[in-house]
Design a protein around this ligand. Sequence first.
Ligand code: GLY
Ligand code: MN
Ligand code: MN
Length: 432
Amino acid sequence: MRYEPLKSDLYARHRARFTATLKPNSVAFFNSSDIYPTSADGSFPFKQATDILWLSGVDQEESILVLFPNAPKPEQREMLFLVETNDLIARWEGAKLSKDEARALSGIQSIHWLSDFERVLRDVMAHAHHVYLLGHEHIRRNNPVETREDRFGADLRRRFPNHEYERSAPAMNLLRAVKDPEEVAIMQVAADITAAGYGRVMRFLKPGVWEYELEAEFLHEFVRLRSHGFAYTPIIGSGANACVLHYITNDAQVHDGDMVLFDVGAVYGNYACDVTRCFPANGRFTPRQRQVYEAVLRVEKAAMNLLKPGVRLPDYHVQVGELMTEELIGLGLITREDVAHQDPAWPAYKKYFMHGTSHYLGLDVHDYGPWDGSEIKEGMVFTVEPGIYIPEEGLGIRIEDDIVVTKGEPINLTKAIPKEVDEIERIMASGN
Ligand code: GLY
Ligand code: MN
Ligand code: MN
């Protein structure tokens, strides 16, 4: 495999945690994602659904995971159904998982080919009372495309209307937010690959290069280091482009005097890294760039240290807003008067910092996790990413690191990527 898979006992622990949340006599199903079409006979590269990955490690299309912990037949308690591999498939696409490989990868003993699924499904449904399915319950999800999981669930409900249907998402949301040490370790690999990409780009950046050339430097370094590429569509914005939060065209030329914002992270073993850095194109910050940059950096460092077990995310976001308010007053961008009259639902600082400070990070870039005001727990991984965007000055600064919450100091997975002004200027002056 292109990446080193995690050990199967991690997936066994994940399954045990999930099945412990089920009502008695329940079965849960998890499907692979589709291979999405483009046009003619084209398709996008396969990207596995992260729930089946988290529970089994199976990174292959058309797979179905069945968890039925009280199954009368012990061999039906955990089952994987896989597309049957054969010589023709092996010739055109390369071999798919064999049964033995799937056992070793997932720790699941009952491995079937998909041709067995209908027969086993009828048997399982005759004995199960509750059926757990996944819905689209991520708070930011906004996509009308029907997934394989949707089709599967709709078909099951039509054929077996008298079962009690339940939601897997609430439990997955809580469980996936807290990372195991093996997951933190693989996220550190994604962070190290990302750091190598930033090192390469710092050597390459100069006035006159194009944003897409910088993107290409990252991709070269990531893929060379066994990443499958970008964890999300990279944002490389020079000058005022940095103020467009979802700028992904990356098609402008970088000019002398520009700051360039890079929001670029590598994926490794399906785990995401999510980092933002800003560098001056010519290697030297102007006094104003430095002033705004250092304000963001102070907020970022302070915010990181607020992410402690027991803190509630809404309170954290209020505190970061207060820190940012003071910095924006110091920069002359807002006044105490503005703050005194601000709308509590959209405080004055939002004019220059209009997005959230942190999100969960893991198999998904905007990973699963509770947004219900519950307390932060040890082992959760968050980004910390304050920014100040001043389009009228052609300047946008965001600094983003990936943080593991511990009882003590947070672990910064991305600390190797330079962010101190003097360090950035020294590296860019020396060319390495
Ligand atoms: N790169 C996406 C984000 O920062 O949330
Ligand atoms: Mn980002
Ligand atoms: Mn982010």
